[in-house]
Design a protein. Structure first.
Length: 384
């Protein structure tokens, strides 16, 4: 049995990668994802963070001074826009981040509890960490003045004026923000890798359908090799291809492009290999419910790309509505990306045990569903 499975797996690998197009498809695309990410993030941090601000608090002095404060930061290029323009320019890439000062922002600061502040980003929270730190420090100081004044408007005005025009001048030198940029690039690169892993899994599992269509499958199972061995061999091929994709992507990311992921190589590889089982099991479900390769391709387009989009593989889910963010929690890709964010904060695997359990549960459910459907699918006449 083992000998038969090994022969089938090696045969599938040879026939698949005999064509150079397949080699470029399965190996070249993940590396292209790194290049695309570098193009997306190439200008971030060099020319400053492009931020669009929406001031919904009218002509309130505190809101206007907050905008003026951000304009004075060296790392930020501020543009005042409407809420509609903010969403459009974030989606088109003209802005890196957006700040919304909602109605009631100034009053909340006066009450000592800053609120009505919204920050959006298409490139992850890591990119906006500098702006968040400076903004929250600024509003925190204003809120402290309000608490110190205890409702005395004259005293608050004196404290506020002294803060806006300090007698002591400081020279500020910004720290290197390349670490946050590299973390964001890692997040985006892994997002593309997840997409390509899922597409590769479906394409390789689709070989089962194609072998039925050209009647190769029936010639194989007419020998001592049974259908179960054929499916197991396909799973092994999937694992080999995905292991190569993961190792090459991480190697090029860290050694060639010198992008520090902030996560040890082994932990990242282990996390992605666990997701590879999810990809393979889902691909088997797609194949099991497909009558032919055409249906399989259609299901791939319906399932893989939209779920990657909702999970935040292409851009962070923070810019999506709350309802969409809740839906993303039902996507296995979401749990991989969430685990990466946790590991980048220096946490160990013990802190993401729940995420790993969710991924394992996804893989188990998909495998059981595929096994059940394949076991009951005896309609071979479609391929004869």
């Amino acid at each position: 049995m083992i000998k038969d499975i090994w022969w089938l797996a090696s045969h599938i690998l040879r026939t698949t990668f005999r064509k150079r197009n397949n080699l470029m498809l399965y190996v070249g695309l993940p590396l292209a994802g790194i290049l695309l990410t570098m193009l997306m993030y190439g200008n971030v941090g060099d020319s400053g963070l492009r931020v669009g601000v929406v001031n919904q608090d009218g002509n309130e002095i505190i809101a206007a001074d907050t905008v003026q404060f951000l304009e004075g930061l060296d790392q930020i290029r501020l543009t005042e826009v409407t809420e509609t323009e903010l969403r459009e320019q974030l989606a088109s890439g003209k802005l890196d981040s957006g700040l919304v000062l909602g109605n009631g922002y100034s009053q909340s600061v006066l009450e000592g509890e800053p609120n009505h502040i919204g920050i959006q980003s298409v490139k992850g929270a890591q990119v906006t960490v500098y702006m968040k730190a400076m903004l929250y420090n600024y509003t925190g100081n204003l809120a402290a003045f309000s608490r110190a004044a205890q409702g005395d408007e004259t005293k608050y005005a004196q404290l506020y004026a002294g803060y806006q025009n300090p007698s002591m001048k400081l020279t500020v030198q910004s720290a290197d923000s390349s670490a946050e940029k590299k973390q964001a690039m890692t997040y985006q690169t892994i997002g593309f890798l997840i997409l390509f892993m899922m597409m590769s899994a479906v394409n390789l599992s689709e070989l089962i359908l194609k072998s039925r269509e050209d009647r190769t499958f029936f010639r194989v199972i007419s020998s001592p090799i049974n259908a179960r061995n054929f499916v197991i061999a396909n799973i092994i091929v999937n694992l080999v291809v995905m292991a190569v994709q993961i190792i090459l992507t991480l190697f090029f990311l860290e050694e060639v492009f010198r992008i520090d992921t902030g996560i040890p190589f082994g932990r990242m590889a282990l996390l992605l290999m666990l997701f590879s089982f999810v990809s393979i099991s889902l691909s088997l479900v797609i194949v099991a419910f497909s009558k032919n390769s055409g249906v399989s391709g259609a299901l791939q387009n319906i399932i893989v790309t939209p779920t990657c989009l909702l999970a935040g593989c292409f851009f962070p889910s923070e810019i999506m509505p709350a309802a969409v963010r809740q839906i993303s929690e039902f996507m296995p890709q979401h749990w991989v990306l969430k685990s990466i964010e946790t590991l980048q904060q220096g946490e160990g695997l013990a802190r993401i045990w729940f995420n790993l359990s969710v991924l394992a549960a996804f893989a188990l459910v998909f495998f059981l569903l595929a096994a059940y459907k394949i076991g009951r699918n005896n309609d071979t006449r479609n391929f004869i």
